[in-house]
Design a protein around this ligand. Structure first.
Ligand SMILES: Cc1cc2nc3c(=O)[nH]c(=O)nc-3n(C[C@H](O)[C@H](O)[C@H](O)COP(=O)(O)OP(=O)(O)OC[C@H]3O[C@@H](n4cnc5c(N)ncnc54)[C@H](O)[C@@H]3O)c2cc1C
Length: 355
């Protein structure tokens, strides 16, 4: 261990899962269903104490394929029915370009975590112990010792029989393995692939929230809905613009010009306030916030001008499916019928986007 001062692990044994994101919680539930208890260490607060979405970095996750299989495996689909929106496919240029016939959902990462933690509370609270607000700072791979700092506490070390890394892209466990396990290497690749998020906060009642909406293909621009709640009854929409270069705008006008040229539909669907946010940047800010009657310390992230994302595969898929759908539409009677287009209304600030 790097800090001998805290190197007093007890002999607790059992399984530690580092990271209470979607992967860590699903793994904990799968183990609990087989009668195997786990301790999950999660650096963030309980998802019920955090806002469900953050306009600056929320993105809509669709759960299909492997995600559906995992949820069926842990018998969690009813929890997702209750909290997320059903997913039926992708629309582009007012046509369905991808049909998803099986069950599927869209929602924010917060929705996913809330669905999984409520399942844990209902069915597995004796087998899954989650330490929220608990950052793991060190792992002794060979001893199975995990050092973590509980909220307001001091660093503590516990030994486990098995340590599972589910701590995401910047994994502390992976870094520890690189340092401590001879021959363990990680191949890294930087993809020239960025995602800029914009909240679509106007006219979205004209979009079908059971579909992801491709708004442009070059650059690839895809919008998805997240279910509303007591604070915002209607669904909220977030749109990601995938680019090979990081987008950076020096003024709101420059951002608008870019959008007008490259994904004009965004300008119908986003208020000028939402567009202005795209070019704001600033340091992370930690604030105390009241949420559902409880106080929680949350990190408010700055607007990210470009976050790494992987849009290229999806863009290609939408392009190909759209060409196919258009070809079919030309040969089938009634096939030319399109879904109604979004009506463009003037922006509240009177800005003239067409000039
Ligand atoms: C723009 C965008 C769109 C996406 N869309 C989709 C989609 O449509 N469908 C889909 O399946 N996926 C999508 N993804 C990917 C999806 O977000 C990730 O695959 C998913 O969140 C990975 O889950 P995870 O649990 O492995 O990791 P994470 O969600 O990163 O969770 C890791 C957890 O570990 C915790 N943690 C990290 N380090 C520590 C530490 N040292 N101590 C304690 N806790 C720690 C973190 O707080 C976090 O809660 C998208 C991603 C992006 C960026």
């Amino acid at each position: 261990m790097s800090d001998p001062q805290h190197d007093t692990p007890d002999a607790a044994g059992g399984i530690a899962i580092i990271g209470g994101g979607p992967a860590g919680l699903v793994a904990a539930i799968a183990l609990a269903r087989r009668g195997v208890p786990t301790t999950v260490f999660e650096r963030d607060a309980h998802p019920e104490l955090a806002p469900r979405f953050n306009p600056d970095r929320s993105y809509t996750i669709d759960i299909t394929g492997h995600g559906l299989r995992a949820l069926r495996h842990i018998d969690a689909t009813s929890y997702f029915d209750a909290r997320l929106l059903p997913f039926r496919g992708i629309q582009y240029e007012d046509r369905v370009v991808e049909d998803w016939p099986e069950p599927g959902w869209t929602g924010s990462r917060g929705d996913i975590l809330r669905a999984l933690t409520s399942l844990i509370t209902d069915r597995h609270k004796n087998d899954i112990h989650i330490e929220f607000g608990c950052r793991v700072t060190d792992i002794d791979i060979h001893a199975g010792a995990v050092t973590y700092t509980p909220p307001g506490g001091t660093a503590t070390t516990r030994r486990f029989d098995l340590v599972v890394g589910a701590d995401g892209a910047g994994s502390a466990l992976r870094a520890a393995m690189e340092r401590q396990v001879t021959g363990f290497t990680v191949q890294r690749k930087n993809l020239p692939n960025y995602l800029t998020m914009i909240e679509l906060d106007r006219l979205t009642d004209q979009l079908d929230d059971t579909y992801l909406q491709a708004l442009a293909t070059r650059p690839f621009c895809i919008a998805g809905a997240i279910a509303g709640d007591d604070d915002s009854p209607g669904p909220r929409w977030f749109c990601g613009i995938g680019t090979r270069r990081r987008l950076a705008f020096s003024s709101p006008d420059q951002a608008r010009r870019y959008l007008r040229q490259n994904c004009p539909r965004v300008l119908d669907l986003a208020s000028s306030r939402a567009v202005r946010r795209v070019m704001t940047d600033g340091p992370n800010e930690t604030v105390d916030q009241e949420h559902r009657g409880a106080r929680a310390r949350v990190v408010r992230w700055p607007v990210q001008r470009g976050r790494e994302g992987q849009c290229e595969g999806l863009r290609r898929q939408v392009d190909v499916q759209h060409r196919r759908a258009s070809a079919v539409a030309k040969t089938q009677p009634g096939g030319r019928r399109k879904l109604p287009r979004v009506r463009a209304l003037p922006q509240a600030d009177g800005y003239n986007y067409s000039k």
